[in-house]
Design a protein around this ligand. Structure first.
Ligand code: ZN
Ligand code: ZN
Ligand code: ZN
Ligand code: ZN
Length: 362
């Protein structure tokens, strides 16, 4: 898989099916391993989207290997190693011979890589930053990138000019795709507009600034607080979208006294129904999504929820949880890429393992 970073016109992209055919043609992988090799490239973020596209990180790895260990990038070498493996399986060659051969091949490459360790780390770090870029800071004009909070492990958009510039935004749940050019700048507030791909939901475009007029939602009274009523006072349950976090939730106007709040699905138009849940007394709201309207009891602990297994807001929040964990993994990539390279090195020094070192390294 030669990836040419210097081309100005994007080359024709392979669908995953076509990619598998191409690997077959070049003798890469076997029938049972090709799909998982491609999946692995997605997992370590060398590939993105479908049809497959190399990420900046993928390009940097290929550039680095082409410069410092050119042989490893040739399909011939991979095919050669695969061929060796087949010979062992067929009994034509011993495992020791093949391991020695692979080890010699990889040792030569590792010397080249280790000599340029610093250049490599820098190139990989730059590429990871470029992959993390989601737009331009409206305050200082530097790049806004996806960062991970050391405290919460959560992701947010932050300015590369930090600490001189303190612009940050919370990130919508899902994979964030930057939008190029003018369409990527919000005409209302100047913050980046991005395309969000929520887990298992249709993508949508949004300004990432939760305080932007395009993201504001009016407060809606969705019902009366049952806890307050029982205590002999009146409290309104209000659906509110935070200008700081962009999160939507319901809270009682007497929250300090009763502590009543409910989470809400973050997407979809919200309507009050004036109805309360027959099981628990919490308000029923209507949420209109691209798939149509649905009505939910806002109480996550409502007994009616257990009957329907995963439904409504709970399903949404579970999906968001998964997507959030995926996003949070992004910045660990420098580590992941370095690990692949150093795993190669480690295998060279360790005593003969019970298989070919190239098998795990590649
Ligand atoms: Zn800035
Ligand atoms: Zn805006
Ligand atoms: Zn209350
Ligand atoms: Zn209920």
């Amino acid at each position: 898989m030669a990836l040419d970073a210097k081309q100005t016109e994007p080359p024709a992209r392979y669908s995953q099916g076509k990619l598998i055919q191409e690997m077959e043609k070049r003798g890469l992988g076997t029938k049972s391993t090709r799909a998982s090799i491609i999946q692995r490239l997605y997992d370590v973020k060398y590939l993105k989207n479908d049809p497959a596209e190399p990420s900046k990180l993928g390009m940097a790895i290929i550039d680095a290997l082409t410069s410092y260990a050119p042989r490893v990038t040739t399909p011939e070498m991979t095919a050669e190693l695969e061929g060796d493996m087949t010979k062992v399986a067929e009994g034509a060659d011993t495992q020791t011979q093949v391991v020695d051969h692979s080890r010699a091949l990889l040792a030569g490459m590792m010397d080249g890589l280790i000599d340029h360790k610093d250049d490599l780390s820098e190139a990989i770090a730059d590429a990871v930053t470029a992959d993390a870029k989601i737009g331009v800071c409206p305050k200082c004009g530097r790049d806004l990138v996806v960062k991970t909070s050391a405290k919460t492990r959560g992701s947010f958009a932050g300015c590369m000019g930090w600490p001189d510039c303190d612009v940050t935004y919370p990130l919508p749940k899902g994979r964030i795709e930057p939008i190029d050019g003018e369409a990527g700048v919000c005409p209302e507030c100047g913050a980046p507009r991005v395309k969000v791909h929520p887990f298992r939901n249709r993508p949508y475009e949004t300004c990432i600034n939760p305080a932007c007029p395009t993201n504001r939602e009016p407060d809606i009274v969705v019902g009366e607080c049952a806890a307050c009523k029982a205590a002999g006072r009146h409290g309104d349950l209000v659906a509110h979208k935070s200008e700081k976090s962009g999160k939507r939730f319901i809270r009682c106007t007497n929250y300090d006294e009763c502590g009543t709040s409910y989470p809400l699905p973050q997407r979809g138009e919200l309507h009050a129904t004036g109805e309360t849940c027959p099981e628990c007394g919490a308000p029923i709201v209507e949420v209109v999504t691209q798939r149509g309207p649905w009505r939910i009891c806002v109480n996550m602990d409502c007994p009616s929820r257990e009957k329907k297994a995963l439904s409504g807001a709970q399903l949404v929040s579970t999906q968001e949880g998964v997507a959030e964990r995926r996003v949070a993994n992004g910045p660990r990539l420098v580590g992941a890429a370095a690990k692949v390279l150093y795993a190669l090195a480690a295998k060279m020094r360790s005593p003969a393992p019970d298989g070919c070192p190239s098998r795990r390294a590649l």
